[in-house]
Design a protein around this ligand. Structure first.
Ligand SMILES: Cc1cc2nc3c(=O)[nH]c(=O)nc-3n(C[C@H](O)[C@H](O)[C@H](O)COP(=O)(O)OP(=O)(O)OC[C@H]3O[C@@H](n4cnc5c(N)ncnc54)[C@H](O)[C@@H]3O)c2cc1C
Length: 392
């Protein structure tokens, strides 16, 4: 009788295991060999090579995982995308360009809710790889608390909106064709509206902001940019609902991508510890190294289960904000600690550009600030606990 109450979780379905294996093999066989010809700090594959790689991914059935079926995508669950994200990041450029782009690009998710015309104009061409978009929330006045800090203003003049302001740290804006710009049309949370701004619009310009990762974000300047009424995304005053939806949905695969980097690094550290000798014995025989490996494995597992839980809950259609915060916070911080230990195990080689670790170390540092800094996620979790909304 006791066996009836046994928990039957903690195993991936055969379908998920197969997907995991297919992506893992694709990264090993198709993606990693292409990186050998790229500069250490390269951020993207040349266009011709990317097209060939995408053809291979399409033939393998590994294309457009995110997009809804009605737009030609596979509409996979967040859980499946989490499994994919962990595998797809496990290569040199994987932190910010998983699979080197093999699996296709998606428009910013919030565009799927756009009007028929917006979908025709931006969603389909983005899925086909003809256009790309960015998301611009953060401003010089702050990014952690966008509901209060957005100062870019949009004013209605006739049948147009006129945008004035500045955005900072916007990823992909230098190469994108359009972007979703969040601007103030009123006061407070209900005073933010999302606009689709196109690159060629008069008064709109950008400049790169050099940062710790090789893929630089941009500063955007909006100087009396006239945006037609049909480029308002969703309802006026409801832009912040989009911000919330986008951020929560993104955080779970974001956490999984960081776990993937840590998995790849730890595997290499284990191999190295088993061959490298100091003081007459292998590194693997030293307790200091054994403990670094054990601590890293435990943190990896903890991060993975937190991320799986968040994905599972989000797929049930429940509010997974709390779980997504816990997963994002823990996975980004744990992955940072693991790469740091791996560098230590490799010694000088850990810091050499011949190995991917110093690159991943720099890139992972950003992940504790992007998609909400760690402190904001701690605030979300503790706020729910202290108010009694969540019980331990
Ligand atoms: C490489 C890169 C790419 C980015 N890409 C994009 C993008 O594509 N689109 C976009 O809109 N933004 C993007 N960002 C911006 C990013 O989202 C913001 O940097 C982030 O939200 C933090 O905002 P902030 O930098 O203005 O810091 P602030 O909001 O000024 O916060 C500064 C620090 O204060 C602390 N802090 C904040 N709130 C609290 C609190 N409640 N309690 C305790 N401490 C707190 C945190 O340590 C935080 O790091 C990117 C940033 C980087 C670095």
């Amino acid at each position: 009788m006791i066996s009836k109450i046994a928990f039957d979780g903690f195993v991936l379905s055969d379908e998920l295991k197969m997907l995991q294996k297919m992506v893992r093999n694709f990264i090993r066989d198709e993606v990693i060999p292409l990186e050998e010809d790229l500069d250490f700090d390269a951020t993207h594959l040349p266009k011709d090579k990317l097209e060939l790689l995408q053809e291979k991914a399409k033939r393998a059935g590994l294309y457009q995982f995110n997009a809804p079926k009605k737009f030609g995508g596979q509409e996979l669950s967040i859980f499946a995308r989490t499994i994919i994200a962990e595998e797809a990041s496990q290569h040199k450029l994987g932190a910010y360009n998983p699979g080197l782009g093999a699996f296709g690009q998606s428009p910013p998710d919030i565009l799927y809710d756009g009007t028929k015309e917006q979908v025709e104009k931006y969603v389909y061409p983005t899925i086909e790889g003809k256009l790309s978009g960015f998301i611009a929330i953060t401003e010089p006045s702050g990014g952690s608390d966008p509901a209060r800090s957005i100062r870019t203003r949009a004013e209605k003049r006739g049948d147009k909106w006129v945008l004035n302001g500045q955005k900072v740290f916007i990823s992909g804006a230098d190469t994108a064709d359009y972007g979703i710009v969040f601007a103030r049309t009123g006061e407070g949370r209900k005073g933010i509206t999302a606009f689709i701004v196109e690159k060629g619009m008069e008064g709109f310009s950008h400049a790169l902001i050099p940062v710790i990762r090789p893929w630089y974000p941009c500063e955007l300047f909006l100087d009396n940019v006239e945006v037609p009424e049909e480029n308002v995304l969703g309802e006026v005053g409801h832009g912040f609902d989009f911000v919330q939806k986008w951020l929560i949905g993104n955080r779970i695969p974001y956490a999984a991508g960081c776990i993937g980097l840590a998995v790849a690094a730890l595997k290499k550290a284990i191999e190295y510890a088993n061959i490298r000798e100091t003081f007459g014995s292998k590194l693997a025989d030293k307790q200091a190294i054994q403990w670094m490996i054990a601590d890293s494995e435990i943190e990896l597992r903890a991060a993975r289960w937190l991320t799986y839980e968040a994905a599972w809950k989000a797929d049930l259609g429940e509010n997974a904000r709390y779980e997504a915060s816990a997963a994002k916070l823990y996975a980004t911080e744990a992955a940072g600690r693991i790469i740091d230990r791996v560098i230590q195990i490799f010694g000088g080689m850990g810091l050499a550009k011949e190995m991917p670790f110093e690159r991943w170390y720099r890139e992972l540092r950003i992940k504790r600030v992007g998609e909400g800094p760690s402190e904001v996620h701690r605030m979300v979790i503790s706020r729910d606990l202290l108010s009694g909304k969540r019980k331990i």
